[in-house]
Design a protein around this ligand. Structure first.
Ligand SMILES: [Zn+2]
Length: 475
């Protein structure tokens, strides 16, 4: 029997958690392995071999060839033998959990298959394997996701409930497979089940915005919309608002596509348009279920919007998302869908529009203080901040990425939300009723105290949460 020694040794390193932090010497590697509380001590003798083999300057060996420079692969050769396919796929999921990856991409090209993670919006190249080895992995993924192994010509969607024994964490992995010219491309979204992370307090709202949100939630009726493009963290905001309420004291019901987080005591329904269970159909039934709070995954059409407004006008709090680029643009979008303006003014309570930008690494951001020099950048920043920040900008400390071992010299770690929160003030009503443009609505909302998304990002650059570059990219 052929044993892939390198695979097993590296998987030991991986399992022992040695790649959590770079190791500077063989001695330290042994020490840390030895000290591991779960005590895989019998294995520690292998550690030096792996470190001996590890490339210089890369003290983080693992099952995979990981390379943070997206332009090149650390793996110079295509892997012809991945060893045990079950161990390989488990290690892949475990690593995605450790790296906090949001998606795992497995992409066939002519000569090889590329494996990469999306982490904080960036791609991280992980491995390169042969087509022969990939055939085994994709079968394994299809089995885990209850998909047809023999179907190679049509797209398939499924879900894997994965328990990481290494990290003692449950995740749902949403699997999407689509045929491409060179085979089948797999994208797996990693959905963490740890709903304790869902909390308004953890979403980096400005104090003034947080106050607006809490007041709107307390009013217990009307519609609250979260706007933004795909991948802007809308669901996280929506669920964090839901978690503001005690599910044992309220009847909270949701219509979702897909169900991303399972929250105890909340009635969550997965819509199935193929059998006629659409958002609109679900809403019609839900209002007969005596709900207090209704969450509709997304408002995409007039029918859903109308039903959501009806529910709001009959004394329910309705939360939903909408695919628009700004808070003011959301009002215009509803009007364009054919919703009567007076229904908007009487039902919509608040619109949060948001984006995600890269978060500066907390360990090194303090060293990245940056004063804007004279010139066009300062002028552009000043233009954005007019009316919000009155200070002389030459005296304001903004931030730039620096880089340290904690962030693998990226300077960034994770992402931070930037928001604009529009409150439906009576002073907005005349403009909406006369179908004013999004620009006019936006202007009025700012007059009434709304901080715009770019302004929020610039304020977060001044408080070290993101960089001035990230903020200005939103303009
Ligand atoms: Zn750092």
């Amino acid at each position: 029997m052929k044993i892939n020694v390198k695979f097993h040794i590296s998987s030991i390193i991986f399992e022992c958690g040695l790649n959590e932090k770079p190791v500077s010497s063989v001695g330290e590697a042994i020490y840390r392995t030895h000290r591991k509380p779960n005590g895989k001590r019998a294995l520690f003798a292998y550690a030096p071999i792996m470190f001996y083999n590890a490339p210089r300057g890369n003290p983080q060996p693992s099952v995979f060839h990981k390379e943070k420079n997206p332009k090149k692969f650390l793996a110079s050769e295509v892997r012809q033998d991945i060893g045990d396919v079950i161990a390989y796929s488990n290690a892949l999921f475990d690593m995605a959990i450790v790296e906090r990856a949001s998606d795992i991409h497995i992409e066939p090209s002519r000569d090889s298959i590329n494996v990469r993670f999306r982490v904080s919006g960036d791609f991280l190249f992980i491995d390169r394997i042969s087509h022969e080895e990939y055939a085994k992995i994709i079968s394994r993924i299809k089995i885990m996701a209850n998909l047809r192994i023999d179907e190679k010509l049509r797209p398939q969607d499924g879900k894997i409930a994965y328990t990481s024994e290494v990290h003692n964490e449950n995740v749902d992995i949403r699997v999407s497979i689509i045929p491409v010219v060179e085979g089948e491309k797999v994208v797996m979204r990693v959905l963490r089940q740890d709903t304790s992370l869902l909390s308004l307090e953890k979403l980096d709202f400005l104090d003034s915005n947080m106050e607006r949100i809490k007041t709107s939630l307390e009013s217990r009726y009307g519609i609250i919309l979260v706007a933004g493009p795909t991948g802007s963290g809308k669901s996280t905001t929506l669920f964090s608002m839901l978690k503001h309420f005690d599910p044992l004291e309220n009847n909270i019901s949701t219509l979702e596509d897909p169900v991303e987080y399972n929250i105890p005591y909340i009635n969550q329904s997965q819509i199935r348009p193929a059998v006629g269970f659409t958002f609109a159909e679900g809403l019609r039934s839900l209002v007969r279920q005596d709900p207090d709070i209704i969450m509709v995954g997304e408002i995409r059409d007039k029918e859903t919007a109308t039903l959501a407004i009806e529910a709001a006008l009959t004394g329910h709090l309705v939360l939903s998302t909408i695919h628009t680029n700004s808070a003011a643009g959301t009002i215009q979008r509803l009007i364009n869908m054919g919703i009567e303006p007076f229904l908007i003014t009487s039902s919509v309570k608040m619109i949060i529009s948001q984006r995600l930008v890269r978060r500066l690494c907390p360990s090194c951001s303090a060293r990245g203080v940056y004063r804007l020099p004279d010139g066009s950048l300062r002028d552009r920043v000043a233009e954005q901040l007019s009316g919000v920040v009155v200070d002389d900008l030459s005296a304001v400390d903004f931030h730039q990425p620096v880089g340290c071992p904690d962030c693998d010299d990226f300077g960034y770690k994770g992402r931070v939300g930037v928001h604009e929160v529009l409150l439906m003030d009576e002073a907005m009503h005349p403009l909406i009723l006369e179908k004013a443009s999004a620009a006019e609505l936006d202007h009025k909302a700012r007059e009434l105290g709304m901080v715009g998304i770019v302004q929020d990002a610039l304020i977060k650059s001044a408080t070290g949460k993101t960089s001035i570059e990230e903020a200005m990219q939103l303009v």
